[in-house]
Design a protein around this ligand. Structure first.
Ligand SMILES: Cc1cc2nc3c(=O)[nH]c(=O)nc-3n(C[C@H](O)[C@H](O)[C@H](O)COP(=O)(O)OP(=O)(O)OC[C@H]3O[C@@H](n4cnc5c(N)ncnc54)[C@H](O)[C@@H]3O)c2cc1C
Length: 292
């Protein structure tokens, strides 16, 4: 496939995705690019569209599983600094789609703005968080989102409101777009109060085994009124293993990939757990992890 000269130098072929993903496994992307400017990103999307190649966006890779067979599309990484800029205007924070969520949280808190601190400790980027309406302790990113700037396949940039993004529990309808940036409506708050709140949230967050690092993922969405880890533990599947992949014995909502793990192991384990939970509790666990 011949990309036009304007972007051809950006394309890498059969690029290994595993090093970009928290799980550290999976096949390569047929085409991969890491644009350094917004204009390059737009040109890449237009070129792929003309060539009939599907575009997928890679954020922090903390919620992604790539199949062993590889990903037959153009994977665009938003890791460049220009795609993750942060700025504050009054009580609003504007963040590039590639901005690290942790940077956005500390930037807002440092400016005495409350509303994003519940996201503290969630890995990944602003774009990834918006797609899955990431959140913790009953607060999600959609609840403070005012506007989102999205890039369509035709290269057109549009600004949409939070209502159009249709945020719901760990869901939005933003999956088919490229999120360029978002604006969050925050609340001016006394810095001391905010710092204390952050410290408390940090302690709670770091008590979780999910912070232990390593090759891990949070595969399931907590269903209404329950947690995935409680449901899984109650039916005796804590620590269950499939090949090189297992559920954490203490917090079985967390999936751990060991040496030799494959994406197929992950998919088998996820299917097995969903099937057993459905059979024994009647609850159809939804997956949070995006599968490419
Ligand atoms: C240890 C650990 C703890 C976690 N804790 C939580 C938690 O408490 N709460 C929670 O909600 N989640 C949690 N997660 C899940 C995950 O961190 C979040 O879903 C996070 O928001 C994903 O962001 P990312 O940038 O890593 O997305 P990626 O994994 O890179 O991508 C995920 C999806 O978002 C899309 N995407 C990414 N960026 C863009 C963009 N700019 N435009 C369009 N699409 C884009 C990708 O195409 C993909 O479909 C946890 C994960 C781990 C590994």
């Amino acid at each position: 496939m011949q990309f036009p000269d304007s972007v051809a130098h950006l394309i890498q072929y059969d690029h290994e995705l595993a090093p970009h993903l928290w799980l550290g496994i999976g096949g390569p992307a047929r085409y991969f690019a890491e644009p350094t400017t917004r204009q390059e990103l737009i040109e890449l999307v237009i070129a792929a569209n003309r060539l009939g190649i599907q575009v997928r966006v890679l954020g922090g890779g903390s919620n992604l599983l790539a199949r062993e067979s590889g990903v037959d599309c153009l994977v665009v990484s938003l890791a460049a600094a220009a795609l993750g800029e942060l700025s504050i205007d009054g009580d609003r924070l504007r963040a590039g789609g590639g901005a690290k969520l942790s940077h956005a949280v500390t930037h807002a808190v440092g400016a005495g703005l409350a509303g994003l601190e519940h996201m503290l400790g969630i890995p990944g980027t602003i774009g990834g968080a918006l797609v899955s309406n990431a959140g913790a302790r009953g607060r999600d990113i959609g609840s403070v989102t005012e506007e989102i700037e999205v890039l369509g396949r035709d290269g057109q940039v549009r600004t949409i409101g939070a209502d159009e993004a249709q945020f719901s529990h760990r869901r939005s309808n933003l999956g088919d777009t490229v999120i360029l940036s978002a604006t969050f409506g925050l609340e001016a708050t006394d810095l001391e109060t905010l710092t204390k709140r952050m410290q408390k949230l940090w302690i709670i967050r770091h008590a979780s085994p999910a912070q232990g690092g390593g090759r891990i993922a949070v595969p399931f969405v907590d269903p209404d009124g329950a947690t995935a880890h409680r449901l899984i533990a109650d039916i005796g599947l804590a620590g269950v293993r499939e090949g090189g992949v297992s559920l954490n014995a203490e917090k079985p909502g967390i999936l751990v990939a060991s040496e030799g793990a494959t994406s197929d192991d992950c998919l088998k384990l996820i299917d097995r757990v969903r099937e057993q939970v459905l059979l024994q509790t009647g609850i159809d666990l939804q997956t949070n992890l995006r599968i490419w």
